[in-house]
Design a binder for this molecule. Structure first.
Ligand SMILES: [Zn+2]
Length: 326
């Protein structure tokens, strides 16, 4: 009798591992766009791309800026790895695996005054995520994971060139970018508002990625509440129900159009959009283990239409929406 090793016939090659992983993540891609991406995010990107010269210009600018940003970050911030903040490395690896992207390099930037995180990404460069130390210090590990998941979302959705363009246009670019003042003056108001509208839509997409990567469904919402206060003094001061009442004041003021110039939606709008996502089919395609038998779910189209009502500065619903989610 010839004895054979049962593992001999198992295909354990790296290539087949990659192929298998590709298959699981491909299920969530439609024409190269992740299935959870907020419609306005890619629609506005297409509109900007259709304007002659704009996209190639910012692509060229980004290719110059990204290596500089990475160099500057490497000089000023602490690099996370298996032996340096290993728990943050682990959660990043987990988010990357969930979304099907390579593990980005994470840096912790010393800044206790501001609550912020951002990603540095460009087609040809290995992506990086920067977390301000305030976030690492004041969020629970579960909440921090949703922030990392959000940043992985920017990488997963190829936001890099547009994010850099928006940060130059709004003057929020990190670090010294040569010529940025002259660049800003060349940008017309309609184009600037297109970029800010895109940036707000992109945040909705990535908040969804943050939920998909979370350990618990509600972690992203509580971390968002803490972002609003900076989570100083006490970790448990945020009452989400009370925060949501701030939505009423957003539309009730004659200066509400001020928000058009902002690159992030008002946080309370984001929380409503997150709540909508938790009632959508898309989330449970990623996280079937969270599915509840009696929960009524909306499809992707309905989800985006509902989010539009909260996110659109010009057309958003008056008054606080009725609580339709749990
Ligand atoms: Zn973001």
């Amino acid at each position: 009798m010839i004895k054979t090793n049962p593992t001999e016939f198992l295909d354990v090659s790296f290539l087949s591992y990659v192929r298998e992983r590709q298959k699981t993540t491909d299920v969530h891609m439609e024409n190269g766009i992740p299935d959870y991406a907020y419609a306005s995010d890619y629609i506005i990107r297409q509109k900007i791309k259709a304007i002659p010269g704009v996209y190639p210009f910012f692509k060229a600018v980004t290719s110059q800026i990204v290596p500089m940003m990475k160099q500057q970050t490497n000089m000023e911030a602490l690099k996370v790895g298996p032996n340096q903040f290993p728990e943050i490395y682990e959660m990043t690896a987990d988010c990357a695996k969930r979304l099907g992207i390579g593990i980005p390099t994470v840096f912790i930037q010393p800044n206790l005054g501001e609550f912020n995180a951002y990603s540095i990404a460009f087609d040809d460069e290995a992506p990086a995520i920067v977390l301000y130390s305030s976030i690492v210090e004041r969020l629970t590990p579960d909440e921090l994971k949703t922030v990392i998941g959000h940043e992985c979302g920017h990488i997963h959705n190829n936001h890099g060139i547009f994010t850099t363009a928006a940060s130059i246009i709004l003057g929020t670019a990190i670090g010294a970018i040569p010529l940025s003042q002259q660049l800003i003056q060349l940008i017309s108001t309609p184009l600037r508002l297109m970029f800010t509208a895109w940036s707000r839509a992109a945040e909705v997409t990535c908040d969804r990625a943050g939920i998909i990567c979370a350990n618990n469904r509600n972690d992203a919402v509580t971390s968002m509440g803490k972002m609003m206060s900076g989570a100083v003094l006490t970790q448990n001061a945020v009452n989400i129900e009370a925060v949501l009442k701030q939505y009423d004041a957003l539309r009730a003021t004659p200066v509400r159009l001020l928000e058009l110039e902002f690159d992030h939606p008002a946080t309370v709008r984001r929380i409503f959009a997150q709540q909508e996502f938790m009632n959508s089919e898309v989330l449970y395609q990623w996280r079937p283990e969270w599915k509840e038998p009696n929960r009524t779910l909306v499809n992707k189209q309905e989800l985006d239409a509902r989010c539009e009502k909260f996110i659109s500065v010009l057309d958003s619903k008056k008054g606080r929406p009725k609580k339709e989610w749990n």
